[in-house]
Ligand binder design. Structure first.
Ligand SMILES: [Cu+2]
Length: 169
């Protein structure tokens, strides 16, 4: 509630001439918002998380070897945390964060309020090992994403060619 009070104070402190502009468009308020993609910045960060998963894919692992997993978690609600990923089709799925020269395993990844958690090439990613059966192009593999507050979301993840990037067909 502190946030709402502050915001109201900020608005009332503005000159009447610009007040209409501020209320009319989200541009100014978004500048001091949560920084989430596409979030209006005008909504409170409290409340339950509202998660959805977009663009999941696994680049074809070499001969059934270690694979990577990429996806985007969108959140239209309060903050959450990805705490575990598993798959009935692989013995081991871990979360990794890439640094300049190496990568490290992490226990959890933040899903910001009204923002996104993006797992993408060169950044945070999943590492998948010990396949039950070597994945092939076109396979759809299940990943079970467990969040601290939202529980488990299961997604079917297509196996794509190595050069695939989301947004391409
Ligand atoms: Cu890794």
């Amino acid at each position: 509630m502190t946030t709402a009070v502050n915001r109201r104070f900020r608005r009332s402190a503005l000159a009447g001439a610009v007040l209409a502009t501020v209320l009319g468009g989200g541009a100014i308020l978004a500048a001091c918002g949560t920084g989430g993609d596409g979030g209006s910045g005008d909504r409170a960060a409290a409340g339950p998380a509202k998660l959805s998963v977009a663009d999941p894919y696994i680049p074809l692992p070499p001969a059934g070897g270690m694979g990577a997993g990429y996806l985007t978690v969108r959140n239209d609600g309060g903050p959450d945390e990805l705490v575990k990923v598993s798959s009935p089709e692989a013995g081991s799925v871990t979360m990794h964060r890439s640094t300049a020269s190496t990568m490290e395993q992490v226990d959890s990844l933040d899903v910001p309020a009204h923002g996104t958690l993006r797992l993408a090439r060169g950044g945070t990613h999943l590492m998948i090992m010990d396949w039950q059966k070597a994945p092939a192009l076109g396979d759809e593999l299940e990943l079970d994403l467990t969040f601290a507050k939202s529980g488990t979301i299961s997604v079917k993840v297509p196996v794509k060619e190595l050069t695939y990037r989301p947004g391409q067909s």
